[in-house]
Design a protein around this ligand. Structure first.
Ligand code: CTP
Length: 408
């Protein structure tokens, strides 16, 4: 989703740099539009670097190259491509222009041209904030559906004390998410996610592993964080870029993964075991490299710890929810249902890994969700991030039901 961030000229303009980051953290693509006076406080380069987009101020390309048709219609292109327009800080001047339909620069023209929801976070001197003109302008904007994130009270840059400080960045982000219909339905939950393969060493240069890329687990971690959860990600070795989460632990073997899981398990409300953990490991580990020997060799394997089975044996912090995966090549539903029962899971994500467009090392997946009450939800082929969100929809709903049952 795309958001235009309008920055107008107040001392709080510097805070908009952090706001870019926080909005990006919600997975939003942010394009910054500055007023002329905002450029007195922060350079456009700061915002261009943070957002990865050109920063617009003037209608016709400004000093850098006016007079071309692209810059003349750019505000229309931006207006049509955005899902929300947020102005933070919004000065009394910008609010007045918005209320009266003045369009004399890129930002105010964008305000008129876009049909996307608008959010304003005013910041100004307390007398300007309390002035009847500002009050009436805000009333007009509210009546038209503009969402206003009221300023906080406190010490103001002008030396006075009172209302007028830019609202907290969290509350601005919240208002944007709300306007976009982005869910915050996992806030307050701690979600532990395992991801990727494990590697079981044979000697100091070789190991047993599998084709897991970690993409599915990383998609869960990213999606859960964007929905407000505190995410603990325990990842096996993979080349994929991990999402930024509350806690990231990198492990190598099934044993190390088990140790990390059991260290964090008590703080978790939901556990999602997306990792492809080794079932077996070499019984003997050689220090150094095993030399080539003539003739066939036999390697003895012993079972690796089954983390999920161990979890269901040890659990019951009441209400803790466990989601497992079933990676299958045959009899998908029957095998997955058997895992659901055997490991006493609250949900199993059944994954046919024999398909080329699902499972290992691709960006898409085709899964069926199974529940202890016999419900099954087959999902069509979709990107792993979307799969994660569909699973989390079910997690959020089950958590909500459990919480209301506990209250009764
Ligand atoms: N799992 C685990 N520890 C293991 C093996 C698997 O925690 N040593 C977890 C996986 O993360 C997954 C679930 O158990 O959530 C099912 O894994 P899968 O490999 O499909 O099944 P297995 O139980 O290993 O059974 P099988 O290999 O016989 O299909």
């Amino acid at each position: 989703m795309r958001v235009a961030l309008g920055v107008s000229g107040g001392i709080a303009a510097y805070k908009a740099a952090e706001l870019v980051r926080l909005l990006q953290d919600k997975g939003l693509d942010v394009q910054v539009v500055m007023t002329r006076s905002a450029r007195e406080f922060v350079t456009p380069l700061t915002f261009a670097t943070l957002s990865g987009h050109k920063v617009s101020t003037e209608m016709f390309g400004g000093e850098a190259g006016g007079g071309n048709i692209e810059s003349a219609v750019e505000h229309i292109a931006v207006a049509q491509s955005i899902d929300a327009l947020v102005i933070a800080p919004a000065t009394a001047n910008v609010l007045a222009k918005m209320a009266h339909g003045v369009a004399d620069d890129f930002l105010t023209t964008l305000c008129l041209a876009t049909q996307a929801p608008a959010i304003v976070a005013p910041a100004m001197n307390v007398n300007m904030w309390e002035h009847a003109a500002t009050r009436e302008n805000l009333e007009t904007l509210r009546r038209r559906g503009v969402r206003v994130v009221n300023p906080d009270e406190g010490y103001l840059a002008c030396g006075m004390t009172g209302a007028g400080r830019l609202a907290s960045l969290e509350s601005i982000v919240q208002a944007v998410c709300k306007a976009l219909g982005l869910r915050e339905d996992l806030s307050g939950e701690t979600i532990l996610v395992t991801a990727g393969p494990t590697q079981e060493p044979i000697d100091s240069v070789r190991y047993l592993s599998n084709r897991s890329s970690g993409k599915m687990g990383y998609a869960f971690a990213e999606a859960a964080r964007r929905r407000g959860a505190r995410v603990v990600l325990i990842s096996g070795p993979t080349s994929a870029e991990p999402p930024s989460v509350h806690t990231l632990e990198r492990v190598r073997t099934a044993g190390e993964m088990a140790e990390a899981v059991f260290r964090h398990v008590d703080s978790a409300d939901v556990i999602i075991m997306a990792a492809a953990v080794a079932d077996f490991r070499p019984a003997n580990h050689h220090d150094g490299k095993i030399k080539k020997l003539a003739g066939p060799q036999i390697m003895n394997l012993e079972p690796a710890v089954d983390i999920l089975a161990e979890l269901s044996r040890r659990r019951r912090r009441t209400g803790q929810m466990v989601v497992g995966f079933a990676a299958e090549t045959d009899n998908l539903i029957e095998n997955a249902a058997a895992k659901l029962r055997a490991k006493r899971l609250d949900m199993v994500v059944a994954n046919d890994v024999s398909r080329a467009d699902a499972g290992f090392d691709v960006d898409t997946n085709v899964v069926t969700l199974l529940f202890p009450d016999g419900r099954t939800i087959p999902l069509e082929k979709m990107r792993k991030f979307e799969v994660a969100n569909r699973v989390l929809d079910q997690v959020a709903e089950l958590r909500r039901l459990a919480a209301s049952a506990a209250q009764q």
